[in-house]
Design a protein around this ligand. Structure first.
Ligand code: NA7
Length: 658
């Protein structure tokens, strides 16, 4: 490391990209630490997601009281939310209020885009090149010791991937780049392409104005009624009883919202009880409601399918035309492995005479023309003229906004090249080879699988604490080690492997963008566990990071998460239940405890035959148990060896699994 590094004087301690929630809070924190910072923002005001997504019906789908900053109790006191799920204009007003309350706009360069950013290793500084967002005017360069991408996870709309999009001569709208003035669809023939959250929220409202609407659906989505309205009493009283305790509890939950965490499994309860709970979840109007009824929806395909079928029944009950209802029923992928939605009258909209659903699997779009859309093949080909086309086709999620800026790290390596097969990060916060570059809610962190505000606050606080620590100890550079980064990647994948997520073509997997590598992008281990991990890294002398500065260098290399996630989960549960840890027991005691725990295991599925026997081994007879399916053989054989040595349990304790 070059000791000149710290001596070069940057324009700012920190250059931040983005003035959405992350950028705003980061500016506030850095100011509190006495660090100089500037944020560069393409939009002409603050708000990020809530600045751009102004389409009709845009609103949060985590309850407003949870979807707000908690870092300042005074801020919480002086803002009253009007609805259970606040609409975009209200959330934008809130973020404008935050900007005003903390006088943040003076540190933001609006209407400015970062074009490229280059790390100068000799100076230990980032050179950030900006251009006017409208392309009109000179580029400028800002230098900063630290560079933070606060660019949001769903901020770069997906490039159009339908032939002819630029030919259409009518009105064109993209949900993620909606005009600032109201769009009037009255009396117009409108096409909406895409049925993710943005489509599902906007379709019912656009349909109220349009004379004719055609919805082009590629994948039907699981959506539940939002039940929007005034703030529910139970939520208000839970928060108001002790706001500090409520929000502190949320920070340690799996998703960043205080919810009940059940232990029951779907198929362990009888049909009537299952339906009662599914119905309760449906009526709650919350994305997290199904997971508050049962513990295994995200890990057991049969359990998940039971809930999927319940949702399909609801759709069939709601949509009058059976053919349309069937097309709207999501099939072939588990609930919540694509982002599920909350809606207001989405399925009901298809009962309107002027609304039609086109299933793109049976009638794919052939081309967009000057006047409309040609879809279907052969004798099912149709040509339909429209006055307006709305693209609700989603985003290049989690990595799109980061790699759309040319970021060049040490030795001329670019982030785009480094991430060509998928993002590699340590904790979703930093990436090796790019010193002093931070990401807020980056890939490999809980981000989109959580209440974003809780995750944003956690990242902003970790990064600002880190910068403060570096300053205090005279360090001017920080970078993760290859070892730590690689191990974190393995851990992120290990966690994803025990869920149902990876089998679904979703934007969580990068599958919505042609050519994007199929990698599970967020961290599914949970917000609380992740927070604990980040805290451990810091307390452990920045484990897995290399720090350096004029006074020297420190590298506490290592791996923060060595255990398989399911093993870690079991050990955590045991600790929470007050059980002794295995390493404190003798082998017979540990075996006895293991047998005792196995008693609580539910029975396995019915099989044709279970037979016990013994098999001659070198050291005497070995017991075996044979499970034979009921169907006629010959069957493939799976041998499950319950190993020797220091092994807990036996074939009996793993009976359900076998
Ligand atoms: P999403 O959830 O990515 O939804 C995009 C929708 O557009 C989805 O139904 C896509 O189908 C569809 N799509 C994308 N490209 C095409 C093409 N080429 N042709 C037809 N249909 C297409 O984005 P949203 O903006 O709705 O929501 C993003 C998040 O914002 C949301 O999850 C919440 O977190 C808030 P697909 O499913 O890929 O087959």
């Amino acid at each position: 490391m070059n000791s000149d590094a710290s001596r070069a004087t940057p324009d700012f301690d920190v250059v931040v990209v983005g003035a959405g929630m992350s950028g705003l809070y980061l500016l506030h924190r850095l100011r509190g630490l006495g660090m100089s910072a500037v944020a560069v923002e393409t939009g002409d005001d603050v708000g990020g997601t809530w600045y751009w997504n102004r389409y009709p019906g845009a609103r949060c789908d985590i309850q407003s009281l949870d979807y707000q900053f908690k870092f300042d109790p005074e801020l919480m006191k002086d803002w009253q939310w009007s609805e259970k799920y606040a609409a975009q204009p209200e959330i934008l007003r809130y973020l404008q209020h935050v900007a005003e309350r903390y006088d943040l706009r003076r540190d933001i360069r609006f209407g400015t885009r970062v074009d490229h950013a280059t790390w100068h290793d000799d100076e230990g500084l980032w050179h950030v090149h900006t251009i006017p967002a409208d392309g009109d005017g000179e580029g400028r360069e800002i230098t900063g010791r630290y560079y933070v991408m606060a660019t949001g996870c769903l901020s770069k709309p997906k490039e159009p991937d339908i032939p002819g999009t630029d030919r259409f001569e009518g009105e064109v709208y993209v949900t993620g780049r909606w005009p600032h003035e109201k769009v009037d669809f009255t009396g117009k023939r409108v096409a909406v392409i895409g049925t993710g959250s943005s489509g599902i929220q906007s379709i019912p409202l656009i349909a109220q104005e349009a004379s004719e609407m055609v919805v082009f659906q590629r994948t039907p989505n699981y959506s539940m009624p939002a039940g929007n309205g005034p703030i529910p009493d139970d939520k208000r009283s839970a928060v108001e009883a002790d706001p500090a305790a409520y929000h502190e509890a949320a920070r340690w939950t799996a998703v960043g919202v205080v919810v009940e965490e059940p232990t029951d499994r779907v198929l362990d309860v009888d049909e009537a009880e299952r339906r009662r709970r599914f119905e309760k979840a449906w009526q709650m109007g919350e994305l997290l409601a199904p997971g508050q009824q049962f513990a295994d929806l995200q890990v057991d395909a049969d359990a998940n399918e039971a809930f999927c079928e319940f949702v399909r029944e609801k759709i069939r009950e709601t949509v009058k035309d059976p053919e349309t209802a069937e097309l709207l029923c999501p099939k072939g992928y588990p609930f919540a492995t694509k982002r599920p939605c909350l809606d207001t009258n989405y399925f009901q909209t298809f009962n309107e005479d002027h609304v039609r659903l086109v299933d793109l699997h049976s009638q794919p779009i052939q081309a967009i023309t000057e006047t409309g859309i040609v879809f279907g093949e052969g004798d099912r080909q149709e040509r339909h003229d429209f006055d307006a086309i709305v693209y609700a086709t989603g985003f290049d999620a989690m990595t799109g906004a980061i790699v759309s800026v040319d970021i060049e790290g040490r030795d001329g390596a670019t982030l785009k090249e480094k991430w060509h097969a998928g993002p590699q990060t340590y904790l979703g916060l930093m990436t090796a080879g790019f010193p002093n570059l931070f990401m807020i809610t980056g890939p490999g962190s809980p981000s989109v699988l959580s209440n974003m505000v809780v995750s944003i606050e956690q990242h902003v606080e970790w990064i600002s604490d880190c910068l403060s620590d570096l300053r205090e100890h005279g360090y001017t550079r920080i970078e993760p080690t290859e070892t730590a980064e690689q191990a974190w990647g393995v851990h992120v994948n290990d966690c994803a492997h025990i869920t149902l997520y990876e089998d679904t073509a979703s934007w969580y997997m990068g599958a919505n963008v042609p050519g994007k590598p199929r990698v599970f992008l967020p961290y599914v281990g949970g917000v609380g566990t992740y927070r604990e991990t980040c805290d451990t890294v810091r307390e452990d002398g920045y484990l897995g990071f290399r720090l350096s500065g004029p006074e020297g260098e420190q590298c506490h290399d290592g791996v923060v998460n060595r255990l398989q996630p399911d093993v870690a989960g079991l050990l955590k549960m045991m600790a929470e239940a007050g059980l002794p840890s295995f390493d404190s027991l003798s082998a017979p005691e540990a075996r006895a405890l293991s047998e005792q725990l196995a008693v609580a295991n539910p029975p396995g599925p019915e099989v044709g035959e279970v037979r016990d026997g013994t098999y001659p081994g070198a050291a005497g007879d070995l017991p075996y148990r044979l499970y034979r399916p009921e169907s006629a053989g010959p069957h493939p054989i799976v041998a499950y060896f319950h190993g020797g040595g220091w092994v807990l349990g036996s074939h009996e304790s793993d009976d359900a699994f076998c």
